[in-house]
Design a protein around this ligand. Structure first.
Ligand SMILES: C[S@@+](CC[C@H](N)C(=O)[O-])C[C@H]1O[C@@H](n2cnc3c(N)ncnc32)[C@H](O)[C@@H]1O
Length: 309
């Protein structure tokens, strides 16, 4: 099974401003690359609660970190971050929350997970492959308009309508159940190709984001992460495409401003005050990291600090 190289590792540790004895949440455990580095930095008195919605990630994590009493691993989605952290028995405020969004290398590399058009596998794409409906089930039932909307809005695919039409025509002949089959239908439907990009890249991205409700999960998690943080605690989010990054950037900006209804008033109630302060500019990997790990190429890290209430 493939491993996952943690992206922007040094930058994340700096962004979290790790302190010995601190308490951190890694909301996207993956294969534990960031978690391992956090554990190494927090010393014997620190604590990490790590979440992943992928049961394989949690199983691999239990093996890798067997006997590590400072780590609590939780299988579940960060859309319910607060409840899951509390249910894991972690009380009080956290010093940092990390979200390293998107998919892990093992998810992409394992054909059976159905994320990749590079190798043939069942068309699944669920991060939690024990719950909900996979890509094939969605594609079997969705209307042509709905498919086109998903490809357009979540894949920024300019040929969304053509591809949707081709998919609906193809499924009338035979169900679309394999990754290769989907990639071939898309490739045949698009008239031009982006250099260096497989013609199905955007379609796969869009369907994956849709099937896993990735943007909704992110929107739900960000305010919960802020509520979990102690004053001075850090929020670090790594995004891999512009739709995610836009949500993170706008969220931090809103939280820096506080509730606009109270803008300019002398007395601002606590619930309407700014809750975050941006820390530095967005961070992108350097050329050497991208050369070592091409999957880091589109990463953007944003960091913010929790303000005192
Ligand atoms: C880029 S990988 C994280 C890699 C990790 N930082 C490491 O160093 O190994 C993203 C992980 O987040 C998980 N994930 C994505 N969305 C999630 C969500 N809404 N809730 C929980 N986990 C999620 C995926 O299953 C995947 O394992």
């Amino acid at each position: 099974m493939s491993d996952h190289a943690p992206v922007l590792l040094e930058e994340v540790l700096a962004g979290l401003a790790i302190r010995p004895g601190g308490r951190y949440c890694d909301a996207t455990f993956g294969r534990g690359g960031h978690t391992a580095a956090i554990l190494a930095a927090i010393g014997p008195g620190g604590q990490v609660v790590a979440l992943d919605r992928d049961p394989d990630a949690i199983r691999a994590g239990r093996r890798r970190f067997e006997g590590e009493s400072r780590l609590t691993l939780v299988q579940g989605s960060f859309g319910a971050l607060e409840a899951r952290v509390r249910a894991a028995g972690v009380e009080g405020e956290l010093d940092g929350v990390l979200m390293d969004l998107g998919v892990s290398s093992p998810q992409l590399d394992e054909a059976a997970r159905g994320f990749s058009f590079m190798q043939d596998g069942p068309l699944d794409m669920r991060m939690d492959n024990e719950a909900g409906q996979g890509a094939a089930q969605w594609l079997a039932k969705a209307g042509e308009r709905e498919i086109a909307d998903v490809l357009h809005s979540l894949g920024e695919e300019r040929y969304a309508r053509r591809i949707a039409r081709a998919l609906v025509a193809a499924r009338a002949e035979a169900p679309i159940t394999r990754t290769r089959q989907l990639a071939e239908i898309v490739a045949a439907a698009v008239p031009t190709r982006e250099p260096g990009k497989h013609p199905a890249t955007r379609t796969f991205q869009a369907i994956r984001i849709h099937v896993n409700r990735e943007l909704e999960e992110l929107e739900a998690a960000l305010p919960q992460a802020v509520r979990l943080l102690a004053a001075g605690g850090r929020l670090c989010v790594i995004s891999f495409h512009s739709l995610e990054d836009r949500i993170v950037k706008r969220f931090i900006r809103r939280e820096e401003q506080g509730d606009p209804v109270y803008a300019g008033l002398p007395e601002i109630p606590p619930h309407a005050r700014p809750r975050l302060e941006r820390v530095g500019a967005a961070v992108r990997p350097g050329a050497d990291e991208v050369a070592r790990n091409p999957r880091a190429r589109s990463a953007v890290l944003r960091v913010a600090a929790r303000l005192a209430a």
